[in-house]
Each structure stands twice: as structure tokens, then as C-alpha cells.
Design a protein around this ligand. Structure first.
Ligand code: EPZ
Length: 440
């Protein structure tokens, strides 16, 4: 099984780009990929069992391939059968996650708990920040200390050691998805009981707890403020179907809204998008659920949003802020969006303005005055901003080229192909990207 990753040598222009001719309504049915932010913590959880776990309907995206490389570097065997990912962690006794891996994917930090539970020691290169924010890991380290771990922080790496993780009480100072996942992963095999308060309540927390409980863990309160975990001696293998990605679903609804079309999402994750759908309706979008399908009509989208702020779940998700900005750039009137989760999540505005958007950013607030967009050559610098550029290009007059699509492929398995299925005029050019074969 070969996984190839793109590596563009210094100075070589990466032509990984998507071409769009805008102005055409989207129409049709689509099935959404598995959830990136669900599958990544489950891949870490698989380390808690010295055997085979299976993640079904797994998205074939770069971040999953990155996490797969790390697990193999730790000694796991992994293989795919279509979209089912098999993880055999029988011999995954490595304890070092090199900086080359942790630097390019910050969610590798949630491997610390399971590595520590297996080997009493873990070492990870410092997970860098990224364009959307500083992305500190202080809450993760606080969690590990609460379970009894000793931590040594050096310039380039963090070393953690602990003979046996012990159950504890943690009250999170702020809601953090990753830190909540870290604590749950530590608690599953800890000695004694763990109580977590002020937990993140995202669906990804619920799916992680379902997965671990299916492995024999004893977790109660998933998705609520307080989660209680009774540590167990050992866990067993399990299979889990990865749910549809709620952020990809929201992105496609934004695409339909920007292109004033009507789409049907065959497998939308009902109950995980309520805050977004309320906003969709406020803009004039219409939708209905019909036997598990989400029928969304963006043809009447025409109202701006006087004020909207991103919040922790169940509030409006920060990951849909950029795609929504792209829609608001096409809606007459003034909209105001406040970003409360990450410090720098308006970077895409510069590129949207190259397409004619009128967006003024002041600190963590963006003011959008909607109007007509025109095509241009623009650059994706991060995952959701890149998706937003595609959404804008579908609405823009004329043609656009979105470059840097490797960022988009980190979380979207085939956004170009999906939008093409919905009638978008899209062509992709992987270009002369250099690949290095990594034997997997
Ligand atoms: C997860 O990131 C998601 N990533 C993010 O999705 C998502 O935007 C974010 O949750 C919020 O919903 C994955 O699940 C892989 P946090 P995470 O810890 O866990 C601060 C995408 O586009 N914080 O909930 O890193 C942090 O800086 C990605 O798919 C600390 O201060 O997010 C942020 O301001 C982007 N110290 C806030 O908490 C810490 O130790 C929320 O972050 C950790 C976080």
C-alpha cells in the first residue's frame, strides 16, 4: 500500500490548483465524507488496545495520512480496504513523535495520553502554531500533570513520563476540544475515577466516548459539561463507522448559498449543525430534513447578518466562519462576524478582497459589505480559508484559480469533485508537484 505525500522542493512553484468558472447555480445530490475531527482522536484511541481496531468510512485526507504515518512510526501496522482503515497497534510501543510530524499536524498532541498509558514515557516535537492562531498546548500539559505525569519542556520537544496514570478531578479553565479529548484518552486506562468539568461538548467528544466505550471503557456524560470515567485495566478492539463531517456539510451548504442553488446531502449529520442552520435560515436559506437527508435551498439567500459570533459548541462553529464570510460577501448589506475562538482566523479576507469582496477586519471582528465578486488567482493558506475561496469562486463572475490546494486536501477528500457533481464548473491541476513515495 503506497501513500504518497506532496513535497515541493525549495523554490519550485507548486501548481496544486483548482480552476473554477463561477456564476452557475449548484444543483444535485451529494454524499459527504467521514469527519476529520472525529477520526483523528479515534486513531489516537486505537493505541489503547494492543490489537486491531477498524475505522469504517474513513476520509482519505492528508491529516489522516499524516496520523497514519505517525502510528506506523510508533510501530503500528495500518492498511486500507477502500475507505475502511485498519489499525493494528499490537506492537505500537514507540514513544517518540518526531518534530517533522508534530510540526505539521498539531492534533498529534492528543497522542501523548495513549503513548504514556502504554509506555510510561512519551516524547513529542513541539506542535507548531498555524496561521489561524498560536495554538498553545498548556491545557494538554495541565491535563497530563493532573494524571500524575512529569513534564520536561525544551525548546524543540516535550518529554512526559509517568509510571501509572491515576484518576483525577479536572476543571477546565476554558472549553478545549483537544484538551478534553486528551483527558478522556488518559482516563480510560487510568487507575481509579476521573471527573472532568467544563468539558468541550462538540460531537467529536461524543464520538470519541462512543468509540472508547465500545472498546470497554466506562465513560458517562459525553457531550455534557461534566464527564466521569472509571478507569479499566484493559480495552478490546472494535469497529466504528465514522460519522459524516459536519464542517464539510456546512461548507457545501455555503457553496450552495453562494451559488444560489439547491442541493441534497444524503448523509448529513442531523443534530450536529443546528447553530449553522439557524444562520443559514436567517440569510434566507431554506432547508428541511427528510428521512436522514438534508434538502437545502440557497436560491433565496439575500439577507445580511447584523451580528454573528463564533462560539464553542453548540454555538456557531469557528470552522465555518470563513466559508460563511464568502457567502456574506455576495449578499447585499452589512454583516458583522466576531471570531472568539482563534486569534487569527480572518487571514482569508485578503484573498477574498482580491475577488472584489468588501471586508474590513478590526482585531477579531470582520465587517462585510456584500456585493458582486469577480474571478481572480488566489492562494489558500490554511484549510477552511481555502474552502472559503472555492465557495467565493463559485459565485464570482468569470474564472478563478485557487492555489495551495494541498491545505484544502488536509480536510476535504475531494471538494473539487464533489462541487463538480453539484454542477460546479471546476477542473483540478495537481501540476508538477513532487512526490516522495513513503512505503506504508
Ligand atoms: C479542534 O482544535 C479542531 N481540530 C479545530 O478544527 C476546531 O476549530 C477547534 O477544535 C475548535 O472547535 C481537531 O479536532 C483536529 P481547542 P483544537 O483546543 O482542539 C485554545 C479544523 O479546521 N487552547 O478547542 O486545537 C486554542 O488556542 C480545525 O478542522 C489553549 O489556550 O481546539 C483556542 O483558542 C481548526 N490551550 C481554544 O483554546 C490549549 O492547550 C479552543 O481550542 C489548547 C487550546
Amino acid at each position: 500500500m503506497h501513500i504518497i505525500t506532496a513535497r515541493v522542493p525549495e523554490g519550485v512553484e507548486c501548481l496544486d490548483e483548482i480552476h473554477v468558472i463561477g456564476g452557475k447555480c449548484l444543483h444535485g445530490n451529494i454524499t459527504v465524507q467521514g469527519s476529520k475531527n472525529t477520526v483523528l482522536p479515534l486513531m489516537s484511541g486505537a493505541l489503547l488496545y494492543r490489537g486491531i481496531s477498524v475505522l469504517k468510512a474513513c476520509p482519505r485526507i492528508t491529516d489522516v495520512f499524516y496520523m497514519e504515518e505517525i502510528l506506523r512510526a510508533l510501530g503500528a501496522e495500518t492498511w486500507w480496504e477502500d475507505h475502511d482503515l485498519y489499525l493494528d497497534c499490537t506492537h505500537a510501543d514507540g514513544s517518540h513523535v518526531p518534530e517533522i510530524y508534530s510540526g505539521r499536524m498539531r492534533s498529534s498532541i492528543i497522542l501523548l495520553g495513549p503513548i504514556l498509558a502504554r509506555n510510561q514515557r512519551a516524547e513529542i516535537g513541539y506542535p507548531g502554531g498555524c496561521v489561524i492562531g498560536k495554538r498553545p498546548v498548556d491545557l494538554h500539559l495541565y491535563v497530563l500533570r493532573c494524571f500524575g505525569a512529569e513534564i520536561k519542556e525544551e525548546e524543540k520537544k516535550i518529554t512526559v513520563s509517568c509510571k501509572k496514570l491515576c484518576g483525577t478531578e479536572i476543571v477546565f479553565s476554558k472549553r478545549s476540544v483537544g484538551a478534553t479529548e486528551q483527558a478522556i484518552l488518559c482516563a480510560a486506562l487510568s487507575k481509579g475515577t476521573t471527573t472532568l468539568r467544563n468539558c468541550a461538548r462538540e460531537p467529536e467528544i461524543v464520538w470519541l466516548c462512543r468509540f472508547l466505550n465500545a472498546m470497554g471503557a466506562k465513560i458517562e456524560g459525553a457531550g455534557e459539561d461534566c464527564i466521569c470515567i472509571e478507569g479499566t485495566e484493559k480495552l478490546c478492539g472494535t469497529k466504528m463507522q465514522i460519522p459524516a463531517d459536519r464542517i464539510v456539510t456546512g461548507t457545501y451548504l455555503c457553496a450552495a448559498a453562494a451559488a444560489r442553488g439547491r442541493i441534497v446531502i444524503e448523509n448529513a449529520p442531523e443534530g450536529e449543525l443546528d447553530a449553522f442552520l439557524q444562520v443559514y435560515r436567517k440569510m434566507g436559506g431554506q432547508y428541511e430534513w427528510n428521512s436522514g437527508k438534508l434538502i437545502a435551498d440557497g436560491s433565496q439567500v439575500r439577507f445580511s447578518l447584523p451580528f454573528l459570533e463564533t462560539e464553542v459548541y453548540p454555538g456557531f462553529p469557528t470552522d465555518l466562519q470563513s466559508p460563511l464570510l464568502a457567502v456574506l460577501a455576495t449578499v447585499p448589506g452589512k454583516s458583522i462576524i466576531k471570531e472568539n475562538i482563534f486569534e487569527n482566523r480572518f487571514k482569508v479576507c485578503n484573498e477574498l478582497c482580491k475577488m472584489g469582496a468588501d471586508i474590513r477586519v478590526d482585531g477579531n471582528t470582520a465587517v462585510v459589505c456584500g456585493g458582486r465578486l469577480h474571478g481572480n488567482c488566489v492562494y489558500a493558506e490554511e484549510l477552511r480559508g481555502g474552502a472559503a475561496l472555492l465557495v467565493a469562486a463559485l459565485a464570482a463572475e468569470g474564472s478563478s484559480v485557487i492555489r495551495g490546494c494541498s491545505f484544502i486536501r488536509r480536510g476535504y477528500e475531494d471538494i473539487g469533485g464533489d462541487l463538480k457533481k453539484l454542477g460546479g464548473l471546476i477542473t483540478e491541476d495537481i501540476g508538477t508537484v513532487f512526490y516522495e513515495n513513503i512505503q506504508l
